[in-house]
Every structure is written in C-alpha cells, then in structure tokens.
Design a protein around this ligand. Structure first.
Ligand code: IPD
Length: 282
C-alpha cells in the first residue's frame, strides 16, 4: 500500500458521505450568493460540504494543509506548499446545482511536494466515482479508465467551459476559440458545467480533449491526475508545461491533439491562483 492510499480511501469515504448532503439539497430551493461575477455562485451547501470535509480530514490528519474553494472565497490565503495538501472543490458545478442541472461533483486533489498524488471526482447525481493515484492508474467505480488515444483533432469531441468570466475580452476570446475549433472542424464541442466532470470524460475516452481558461486549481486538481493516469496528456493552453495555478489547461487523448489545440486557441489574461491577494477572495 502506498503511503497515501489511506488518505485516498478516507477521501473516497468522505465523498460518499458528503455526496448525500449534496443530493438531499439538490431538489430544494437554494439561497444563492454571488462571488466574483454574476455567474460565480455559492450556496450554503457548498460552504457546509467544504467545512464537513476539512474538519473530518483535519481530525484524522492534523498536519495536513488545505486549499478549499469556499475558504479562499472567504479570504483564506491560497498557497501551495510542499506539505501534504488537500485541494477541495465541495461542489464543482454550483450553477448546475442551483438550477438542478444534473452534473455536480465533489473534487479532491491531493499533493505532496507540490506533486499530485491522487485525485477523486465524485459525480454524485449519477453516482460516478472517478479516482486515480500516481503510478496506479485511473478508475471509474473501480473499473480501469483509458483515454481514447485519438491523434487526429478533426475526429475529436472537445469539451470546454465558458466559466464565470463576463468581461468583453474574455467572452470574445472564449467564443472565438470555439468558432476556430468548429471550423477545423472537430466532431463536436460540449460543456457539462463542471470542469472536473468534463475533464474526466477525457480520462474515460468519451471525449478526446478538454480545454479551459479562467478556472481555478480546485476545479481541475483531481481530474488532472485522473487524466494522466488514464494515459492522457495535460498541458498549458500555450503548449508549455502544465501549471496548476495558471488557470489554463488542455487535457487530451494524445500529445498531438493537445498541441494542435494549443496552436488554435488563445488565452485572455487571468490573475494566477497563487498571486498574493490575501483577503480579496476569488
Ligand atoms: C466552476 C465549474 C464550471 C467552470 C467554472 C468553474 P464551481 O466551478 O467548474 O464548469 O466553467 O470556471 O469555476 O464554481 O462550480 O466550483
């Protein structure tokens, strides 16, 4: 058993328990608060699930550190150190959750020395548990996952998200990226409303590529290692080495597809997740 398998198993059991909290609130009316933009939402359930996860993990592993979406939104400093760190999105797909669009996930990535050791994405409405541990493969409900291996971008289904950005530059960049891909043409462009579940489609081979500009580290930390362990490739949208804090990602079935998408799409400027802005939230 690897040193971190106990943490992975503990994370999985917590996801199952807190998934029930999300499911029991799913059909209920929600009180919604805005964060960084009119499309960046938080509910009492996001905050509750994050608190439940962090307090349970902290009592079992008191030395470990946390980066949690709602803790950062509340002003906590976002700093990835060499310590064992749980990177948590309590509900990835909060807009979906508010609207009862049935794709929401708990996303937990775990790093040591800033390297991802495991990832858990629990898509609770359809009870799909995606997991991966470094060097040990990726799994969906225990069955091995494999990326499609597709190398020809014109035969790809590409997943992306518009995200919560609503300024003119971001919107024109994001929409023209989609147009350029459709003109290649690719077989299709899709969006499920949760970066974590989107990215797991690449791991599962049901999509061939995913790219996103403007998401945060908690949206993609877990799914990054799930894609890599399924044989996929993860890089920056400019084709350089993936940086979890840069807020840019391409995940693909092959390096050829990832590089071709990097040639086609453009990014708009985003403040890095780890930029010193203590107290300003997301
Ligand atoms: C959001 C989702 C969405 C993506 C946004 C993310 P949240 O996460 O992953 O798909 O487009 O950029 O912020 O806020 O629901 O945890």
């Amino acid at each position: 058993m690897s040193e971190w398998t106990e943490c992975l198993n503990f994370g999985v059991s917590l996801c199952k328990q807190t998934g029930d909290v999300i499911l029991s609130a799913f059909q209920q009316p929600k009180e919604v608060t805005l964060k960084s933009s009119p499309a960046d939402l938080v509910t009492e359930t996001d905050q509750r699930v994050e608190k439940l996860l962090i307090s349970a993990i902290r009592s079992r592993f008191p030395q470990h550190r946390f980066i949690g979406e709602e803790s950062v939104a509340a002003g906590e400093r976002l700093q990835l150190t060499d310590s064992p760190t749980w990177i948590i999105d309590p509900i990835d797909g909060t807009v979906n959750f508010v609207h009862r669009f049935p794709f929401v996930a708990i996303s937990i990535g775990f790093t040591v020395n800033k390297q991802l050791e495991f990832g858990i994405v629990y898509s609770c409405v359809d009870d799909k548990l995606f997991t991966a541990q470094r060097g040990r493969g990726a799994f969906l409900n225990g069955a091995p996952l494999h990326a499609s291996g597709q190398e020809d971008v014109s035969r790809c289904v590409v997943v992306t998200e518009i995200g919560a950005e609503r300024d003119d530059l971001a919107l024109s960049t994001l929409t023209s990226n989609i147009c350029r891909l459709l003109q290649l043409p690719v077989h299709g462009v899709r969006a499920l409303g949760t970066a974590a579940v989107d990215m797991c489609q690449v791991a599962a081979g049901s999509a061939d590529a995913y790219y996103h500009i403007g998401m945060h580290c908690w949206d993609i930390a877990a799914a990054t290692i799930i894609v890599q362990e399924a044989g996929g490739v993860v890089m920056d949208t400019d084709g350089s080495v993936f940086d979890m804090m840069s807020r840019r990602v391409i995940a693909a079935s092959s390096a050829a597809v990832a590089r071709r998408i990097a040639e086609i799409i453009r990014a708009f400027p985003c403040r890095r997740d780890d930029e010193e802005t203590a107290g300003s939230g997301v």
